[in-house]
Ligand binder design. Structure first.
Ligand code: UTP
Length: 298
């Protein structure tokens, strides 16, 4: 049986240029879906999957992210005095246990692969680890990483979350070359980062959840920068296959929102807003009004 995955790396050192000017001073991962920052969704998903240690790869200007996980004693005591127990619980759920969280700096945004490599000293040589990209938010009955750790416990190897995309969108993703399709799990014989539109080996794209063998960290030492001049995590995982180790794609059950893009973020806001019992009725009424106004204007 594969060793349990208890550590996760959260690469949050990107520049977030698609959200400028907001990201000039606010880390993208602190932006809120309804009332919780993106990073909180990622942490909750990791916890549900049994992750106990959280490694953030950060960069300049991400101070708000580090503060977010600190305790807030003044706020807590003020809520306690006012008897606002529910809010106190909400606040407490954001606290992290001392020593459970580590921050590593990526000094230059040299790519996702490089960001993961920056955390290499915090992963033991025989220790599998998860990688979560907080800007991919996944709405699912069973959290996506939990679905993956359950599959990984059975099958081992390295595993990436995979999603069917329309052929014309494949060039925006890492794409899997499938050896054998077993349903939820596919065995992979190759991976290409951002293939040209007519060169995608399938329409199964990698999205931001990974369970990786520690060997991938060594592979990152061996590869050169790839697509976009960045050190690509996809290339280091592809090297696993080239060296004869197993890599699987996992077709998760759930809906993924690309919250790194404006359209994806807005879609997620609507979906998560409508899923909240306290907002549902009012928000749905408002959306219906907006749609009929738009139709009338056409
Ligand atoms: P993106 O490709 O979304 O890049 O990174 P970005 O810089 O965050 O955003 P844009 O494209 O400029 O708008 C995917 C994930 O990889 C992390 C990002 O923080 C994000 O979680 N990343 C990317 C790093 O940590 N370091 C890098 O050098 C690049």
């Amino acid at each position: 049986m594969a060793r349990k995955v208890t550590k996760a790396i959260f690469p949050v050192a990107g520049l977030g240029t698609r959200f400028l000017p907001a990201t000039k001073s606010i880390p993208k991962e602190i932006m809120t879906l309804v009332d919780r920052p993106l990073i909180q969704y990622a942490i909750d998903e990791a916890r549900a999957a049994g992750i106990k240690e959280f490694i953030f790869v950060t960069s300049r200007g991400k101070g708000a992210l580090e503060d977010y996980f600190d305790h807030a004693p003044e706020l807590e005591s003020s809520l306690r005095k006012k008897g606002k127990d529910q809010l106190l619980e909400v606040l407490k759920s954001t606290n992290m246990e001392s020593g459970a969280i580590a921050y590593i700096r990526q000094h230059k945004a040299l790519g996702l692969g490089h960001a993961v490599w920056c955390a290499r000293r915090l992963i033991a040589p025989n220790e599998p680890f998860a990688v979560i990209l907080p800007d991919d938010v996944i709405a699912a009955e069973k959290p996506c990483l939990q679905q993956m750790t359950e599959a990984y416990d059975e099958i081992g190897g390295s595993m990436v979350a995979a999603m069917e995309v329309p052929p014309e969108r494949a060039s925006s993703y890492g794409v899997l070359d499938i050896r054998e399709d077993m349903g939820s799990i596919v065995s992979v014989k190759g991976m290409v980062e951002k293939p040209k539109s007519n060169e995608a080996p399938s329409n199964l794209a990698v999205i931001g959840r990974y369970i990786l063998s520690p060997k991938v960290l060594q592979n990152l030492n061996k590869i050169k920068s790839g697509a976009g001049g960045e050190l690509q995590l996809t290339d280091a995982i592809a090297l696993e296959i080239a060296e004869g180790r197993d890599v699987y794609g996992y077709r998760f059950r759930g809906q993924r929102f690309d919250c790194g893009s404006k359209a994806g973020f807005l879609q997620a806001t609507v979906a998560f807003g409508l899923a909240r019992p306290d907002l549902q009725t009012e928000f749905a009424d408002y959306l219906r009004q907006m749609v009929s106004l738009q139709k009338a204007a056409q």
